[in-house]
Design a protein around this ligand. Structure first.
Ligand SMILES: [Zn+2]
Length: 235
C-alpha cells in the first residue's frame, strides 16, 4: 500500500472537554496474533524497519486527515489522538495504571494514545504485509473516534465490529480519494489480517474482550470499505 501524502495537514490541537471514562482504561486487541516469521520478507516484499516506521506514520497521519475531514463535514471540532507509542517490554507503557502487554495494540482512553508492541507489529507487517498496519492503525484510531463521539455500546463486540467498519471506511474512502493506493496483494493482506485477529472458535460473543469471529470482522470491515461510514452506524 502506498500513501500519497505529500503535504500532511497540520492539525492543531483543539481543546475539548474530557469525556467521562466509564470504559476500561485499556482496550485490548487480539490475542490470536501472527507470530513473527523468521523467514523474512512479506508477500509484497516489505520488510525493513524503515518501511515499517514509514507505514505506521502514514497510516496514522492519513487516519488523522480522514477523521478531521469527516468531523469538519459534520460541523464538529476534531482533536487528533495525542500520541502513537511503540513499546518493547510488558508494562513499559501503562494505561491508567494498567500495564499494556505484549503482542497487542490498544487505544488508551485514559491518556488518549495508541500504543503497540513494536516487535509484534513488525512481525505481522513482515508476515502479512503493509496493509495490516493500515488496518491496525485504522482500527485503533476508530476507538479514539468512538470516544470523541461519545459512543457507548452495550457489548464489547459491538464496539469492536464498529471499529472494524470504521477502519474499512477509512481505507476505502482514502483509496477513492487517491490518498491511498492499494497495490497487488493488499486485498489479500487485509483478508489475512482480519482472519488473524478473529476470536478463537468458542469465544462467547457477549464476553468481555470479544472482538468477533474472523467472518464477522471481515464483513464489518468490508461494509465500511465498500459503503463508507453509513453501515457503521455512528449516530
Ligand atoms: Zn479494538
Amino acid at each position: 500500500m502506498t500513501a500519497a501524502v505529500a503535504a500532511l495537514v497540520a492539525l492543531g490541537c483543539v481543546s475539548a472537554p474530557d469525556r467521562p471514562r466509564s470504559e476500561g482504561p485499556g482496550e485490548s486487541e487480539t490475542t490470536a496474533t501472527p507470530e513473527p516469521d523468521a523467514s523474512g520478507v512479506g508477500p509484497d516484499g516489505t520488510d525493513t524497519p524503515e518501511e515499517f516506521t514509514t507505514d505506521i506514520d502514514s497510516a496514522t497521519s492519513i487516519a488523522e486527515a480522514y477523521w478531521a475531514a469527516v468531523f469538519k463535514d459534520s460541523g464538529l471540532r476534531f482533536r487528533p489522538v495525542s500520541q502513537v507509542i511503540p513499546y518493547e517490554r510488558e508494562g513499559e507503557v501503562d494505561c491508567g495504571g494498567q500495564p499494556l502487554g505484549l503482542k497487542n495494540a490498544a487505544y488508551c482512553s485514559a491518556g488518549d494514545f495508541i500504543a503497540y508492541d513494536v516487535n509484534w507489529a513488525f512481525g505481522a507487517f513482515r508476515q502479512i504485509g503493509d496493509a495490516f498496519i493500515f488496518y491496525l492503525l485504522g482500527h485503533e484510531y476508530a476507538h479514539a473516534i468512538q470516544l470523541r463521539l461519545g459512543i457507548q455500546a452495550q457489548f464489547t463486540i459491538q464496539q469492536e465490529l464498529q471499529a472494524d467498519c470504521m477502519a474499512g471506511a477509512y481505507i476505502g474512502d482514502m483509496e477513492k480519494q487517491k490518498r491511498l493506493t492499494l497495490q497487488e496483494g493488499d486485498t489479500e493482506e487485509l483478508a489475512a489480517g482480519l482472519e488473524s485477529v478473529g476470536d478463537a472458535p468458542g469465544q462467547p460473543w457477549f464476553a468481555e474482550g470479544s472482538h468477533g469471529t474472523a467472518k464477522q470482522r471481515t464483513q464489518a470491515f468490508a461494509n465500511g470499505y465498500q459503503d463508507s461510514l453509513d453501515p457503521c452506524n455512528l449516530t
